[in-house]
Design a protein around this ligand. Structure first.
Ligand SMILES: Nc1ncnc2c1ncn2[C@@H]1O[C@H](COP(=O)(O)OP(=O)(O)OP(=O)(O)O)[C@@H](O)[C@H]1O
Length: 297
């Protein structure tokens, strides 16, 4: 399947100087990309436009202009056929806290038009995959944040969608739950297109086939992690200094990491220019790429 987004733009209305509603700044501007099978990481700082893009893609929000094409056909004209291909996990999923996990998921099957027997079989299968079989009779309100996120991904996977859209799926998870969730996404990636929006680099750095960097509504770069890292080669430096110089460098430059080594500090800096005479160029990582594009935000 090939998904093409062409020149998708959106401006929200805001109050103008005279108190009248006026077009505001672009939440999304001329967003153009093509997605095929695999995991795509949509990386952006808060307010970059990730949720806006996803909401337009899944049809919750209309765009001002642009098109979403699925294998060359306008998604808007595909209606139910398009929606049945999508599994969506919103940034703030609304769960019915008094439902048990099982009842909630069966209810979601009913909403998606999945026949009872088939739905129940798939729910049990998916609960096994996400390691929640023992929690199926628990009320949703009694689950931990990580367990709730796993229920969220199960509901998105009902109906075996070809496209899985995950908006900040690891928000509020602790590091071990985050790793578990990442592994799950890799498991589900086979034969699907997964779009995972996040501002957390580690959520996507091991699993994404490509990363899209969204800044102030514009797609500023897209490519494999290797490509994005190569693109900023020569702009990441390391230098070992005393505490005073480390503090000075921290004030003057964008520091992506600082590691104490006895009395001294190994400082990693993202800068277009040599930050200190004895600084050496090092290979960039995805954290450096993120810092490079979001310096000052
Ligand atoms: N309903 C709305 N009305 C007006 N402005 C909005 C609305 N929703 C979003 N915005 C603005 O549009 C821009 C993009 O917001 P969006 O929620 O898409 O970003 P995001 O990357 O998902 O951010 P976050 O990670 O914080 O959720 C922001 O400036 C936001 O304030």
């Amino acid at each position: 399947m090939k998904i093409s987004l062409r020149n998708v733009s959106k401006q929200y209305k805001g109050r103008g100087a005279l108190g009248k509603y006026a077009k505001g700044i672009y939440a999304l501007k001329d967003f153009t990309t093509e997605l095929t099978e695999g995991v795509y990481g949509l990386l952006g700082a808060n307010g970059a436009g990730k949720t806006t893009l996803i909401n337009i893609f899944v049809g919750i929000l209309g765009s001002d202009s642009g098109t979403v094409l699925i294998d060359g056909q306008d998604a808007g004209t595909l209606g139910k056929d398009f929606l049945s291909k999508i599994g969506y996990m919103p940034q703030y999923p609304i769960f019915y806290r008094d439902f048990t996990v099982m009842d909630f998921l069966l209810y979601m099957c009913a909403l998606k038009g999945i026949p009872d027997k088939q739905g129940k079989k798939r729910v049990l299968e998916l609960l096994g995959i996400v390691n929640l079989s023992d929690a199926k009779e628990k009320k949703i309100g009694a689950l931990s944040g990580g367990m709730r996120q796993r229920v969220g991904i199960v509901q998105a996977m009902l109906g075996d969608p070809e496209i899985l859209i995950l908006d900040e799926p690891t928000a509020g998870l602790d590091p071990s739950e985050r790793i578990r969730f990442r592994n799950l996404i890799s498991k589900f990636a086979q034969g699907r297109t997964i779009l995972l929006a996040t501002h957390i680099v580690s959520d996507v750095e091991c699993i994404a086939k490509e990363i899209m960097i969204l800044k102030e509504g514009s797609l500023i770069t897209q490519g494999t992690i290797d490509t994005l890292e190569q693109n900023i080669y020569g702009k990441v430096w390391e230098v070992t200094v005393n505490g005073e110089d480390a503090a000075r460098l921290g004030n003057q430059y964008y520091v992506s990491n600082m590691k104490q080594q006895g009395e001294r500090f190994l400082v990693r800096i993202v800068s277009d220019m040599l930050p200190a005479s004895d600084a050496v160029k090092v290979s960039p990582n995805l954290e450096d790429v993120f810092l490079y594009y979001f310096r000052g935000q």
